[in-house]
Design a protein around this ligand. Structure first.
Ligand code: IMP
Ligand code: MG
Length: 175
C-alpha cells in the first residue's frame, strides 16, 4: 500500500477555503435557531470537526454511525450502527456527511430522524458525486461536485485507510 501515487483532486487549502464559505452559509441559514449538527462517522468526522469550528452560532453536536461500503463497492444496504445521544425533538438538525453517492445513506438517516420530530432537517456534504441519475435526497449545502470516481482523504477511506490525508485524492487502484 503506497500513499504517494494518489492524484490530488482537491487541495487542503481549497478544502479549508470552501469549508469557511459553507460555515458562513450555515451561520446565515440557522441564525436564531436551535441547531443540532449530526455528523455521520467515521467519514464525516474530519470535515465536521473543521466545519463546526468555523460556525459561530450556538449548536449541539452529535454523531451517528452507519456502514454501507466494503472497499470501493457500495453494498446497497445501509446499516445504522449507533444511535443519537441527544434529543432532536423541536431542534433544527443539520446532518453532515463526507460524500453523497447513491444518496441511500442520507435517505435512511433522514427517514429515521423525521420520526424524532425535529422542526427542520437539512443536509450538508463536502462532496457530491455526479452519478448521472436523480436521487431521493438533494443536499442543502454542498462543498464540491466531483466526477463519479472513488476518492479518499479528509475523512474518506478505502478499507479504513487514507482518512488522515489532508486533501481529497483519487484512489490509485494499482496500489
Ligand atoms: P451513498 O449512501 O451511496 O450516498 O454513500 C455514501 C457513503 O458511502 C459515504 O458516507 C461514504 O462513506 C461512502 N462513499 C461513497 N463514495 C465514496 C468514495 O468515493 N470514497 C470513499 N467513501 C465513499
Ligand atoms: Mg460515510
Amino acid at each position: 500500500m503506497r500513499h504517494a501515487n494518489h492524484e490530488i483532486l482537491i487541495s487542503a487549502q481549497d478544502i479549508q477555503a470552501r469549508v469557511r464559505e459553507l460555515a458562513a452559509e450555515i451561520d446565515a441559514a440557522f441564525a436564531g435557531k436551535h441547531l443540532t449538527i449530526v455528523m455521520i462517522s467515521n467519514g464525516a468526522i474530519i470535515f465536521a470537526a473543521d466545519l463546526v469550528r468555523k460556525i459561530s452560532i450556538p449548536l449541539h453536536l452529535d454523531t451517528i454511525s452507519v456502514s454501507s461500503y466494503i472497499g470501493t463497492r457500495n453494498t446497497n444496504q445501509v446499516n445504522i450502527l449507533s444511535q443519537l445521544k441527544l434529543d432532536i425533538k423541536g431542534r433544527s438538525v443539520l446532518v453532515v456527511d463526507d460524500i453523497i453517492d447513491t444518496g441511500q445513506t442520507l435517505a435512511v438517516i433522514l427517514d429515521e430522524f423525521r420520526g424524532m420530530q425535529p422542526v427542520d432537517l437539512k443536509t450538508c456534504v463536502l462532496l457530491d458525486k455526479n452519478i448521472g441519475v436523480a436521487r431521493q435526497v438533494v443536499p442543502d449545502f454542498t462543498g464540491f461536485e466531483i466526477a463519479d470516481k472513488f476518492v479518499v482523504g479528509y475523512g474518506l477511506d478505502y478499507n479504513e485507510y487514507y482518512r488522515n490525508l489532508p486533501h481529497i485524492a483519487l484512489l490509485d487502484q494499482e496500489s
